[in-house]
Design a protein around this ligand. Structure first.
Ligand code: PMP
Length: 327
C-alpha cells in the first residue's frame, strides 16, 4: 500500500496522468492566495473477498462538483461521466488494494496578484490511501464551536469552496485544543448547522432530525444516503428542521455523516452524555446499513457503487443478482 502523499502516487493534473511529485503549481496561483477553488471528496472501498474497489456515488459527487464550481464561475471541461472515467482509470493506475479517498480540485489558476477572477481555470484529481478519518467505533466527544458557520451571503457553505474551509479549520483546531474529537457549528441564527467536516443528525422521540439545506450546511451526499436508508430500510420519519443548541443536550442520539467520517456516533456533547451515553439503536442501525450499502452487500443500493477493477467475482455476483439469485 502506498502511503499518504507518496510522490509516486499517480494523479491527474493538467490533462495528464503523472506522479504526484511532478504535479506542481506556481506560488502566484490565484487560488492559493484567495481560496478560489472548489474541491470534492469521494470514497472508494476495498472489498478483499471480491478483490474489488468500489467507488461510492462518483457520478453524484461530480455532478455536485460541477454545479458548485459554477458558483465561482470555474469551468471544468468534462462531463460528470467523463470525470468518473478519469477517476476509474486513476484508481486502476494506482492499483489500490485498500480504502481510498479521491480529491478532485478545480481552481482559478492565473499566476498574478489581484483578487478579481478571470477565465483561467484548472483542475486535478488526486487519489490517496485513506483509512478512518475519525475513530468513532466507541463514539465521539463533540463540542459546540465558538466559531459560527459562514453565511450563504458571505461564502456559501453548500459548496466545498476552498476559502470557506478556513472556517472549518478554525473550528477543528479549536475543538482539538479543547479535547473534543469534532466541532459542531452554530450558524448566525444560533441554530445547529453541522460539524466542521460533516453533517449532523439527531434522534428525538423516534424521529431522525437534521437541519435543512438552508441553514448554512454543505449539501452532503452521505446526508442524502442516510435519509434514504433511514426512511426505506428502517421506516423512520426523517425531518429537516432547525435544531436549537440545547436540543443537542436533551436529544436521544446524535451522529455525524460525511464521505470521510461515514456515520460517526456522538456519545458526549460539551461534556454531557447524549441520551444514556452509549451508542443508540437508531445510530447503530443507520451505521450498519450505510456500511453494508457502501461495501456492496445490499443489492438495492448496488447502483451507488462503481466497481473499479470489474473483477471476476464482481461480474459473477452482478450476473447472479440480475438473474434473481441472492448474494
Ligand atoms: N459538511 C462539511 C463542512 C463537509 O466538509 C463535508 C464533507 N464533504 C460534509 C458536510 C459531508 O458531505 P458529504 O457527505 O457529501 O461528504
Amino acid at each position: 500500500m502506498k502511503a499518504d502523499g507518496d510522490p509516486n502516487l499517480v494523479v491527474y493534473f493538467n490533462g495528464q496522468y503523472m506522479p504526484l511529485g511532478e504535479a506542481r503549481v506556481g506560488i502566484l496561483t490565484h487560488a492559493l492566495h484567495y481560496g478560489t477553488g472548489v474541491f470534492e471528496g469521494i470514497r472508494a472501498h476495498w472489498d478483499e473477498g471480491r478483490e474489488e474497489l468500489f467507488a461510492l456515488r462518483p457520478l453524484e459527487h461530480y455532478e455536485r462538483w460541477k454545479r458548485n464550481c459554477g458558483i465561482l464561475r470555474i469551468f471544468v471541461p468534462h462531463s460528470a461521466e467523463e470525470l468518473c472515467a478519469i477517476t476509474v482509470e486513476l484508481l486502476r493506475r494506482n492499483a489500490f488494494r485498500t480504502n481510498v479517498y479521491v480529491r478532485p480540485l478545480a481552481y482559478k489558476c492565473a499566476e498574478r496578484v489581484g483578487v478579481a477572477c478571470d477565465d483561467q481555470d484548472a483542475f486535478a484529481v488526486i487519489a490517496l490511501p485513506f483509512g478512518d478519518y475519525l475513530h468513532a467505533e466507541k463514539g465521539l466527544h463533540a463540542g459546540v464551536s465558538s466559531w459560527r458557520r459562514v453565511e450563504d451571503n458571505a461564502i456559501p457553505a453548500r459548496a466545498k469552496i476552498c476559502g470557506a474551509y478556513v472556517n472549518s479549520a478554525l473550528a477543528s483546531d479549536e475543538a482539538r485544543q479543547c479535547g473534543f474529537d469534532e466541532a459542531i457549528f452554530l450558524n448566525e441564527s444560533g441554530h445547529v448547522a453541522e460539524g466542521a467536516t460533516c453533517n449532523i443528525f439527531m434522534a428525538r422521540k423516534g424521529k431522525l432530525i437534521t437541519p435543512p439545506v438552508t441553514e448554512n450546511v454543505l449539501e452532503g451526499i452521505t446526508r442524502d444516503a442516510v435519509m434514504e436508508l433511514a426512511r426505506r430500510e428502517l421506516g423512520l420519519e426523517v425531518v429537516e428542521r432547525a435544531i436549537d443548541r440545547s436540543e443537542l443536550y436533551v436529544c436521544d442520539e446524535l451522529f455525524f455523516t460525511g464521505t470521510a467520517v461515514g456515520v460517526a456516533p456522538v456519545v458526549l456533547v460539551d461534556h454531557r452524555p447524549v441520551g444514556d451515553g452509549a451508542i443508540g439503536a437508531i445510530t447503530r442501525g443507520v451505521r450498519q446499513l450505510y456500511f453494508d450499502a457502501t461495501r456492496g452487500h445490499l443489492r438495492n443500493y448496488r447502483n451507488w457503487l462503481a466497481p473499479v477493477y470489474q473483477s471476476r467475482e464482481t461480474r459473477e455476483q452482478d450476473r447472479n443478482s440480475l438473474a434473481g439469485v441472492s448474494g
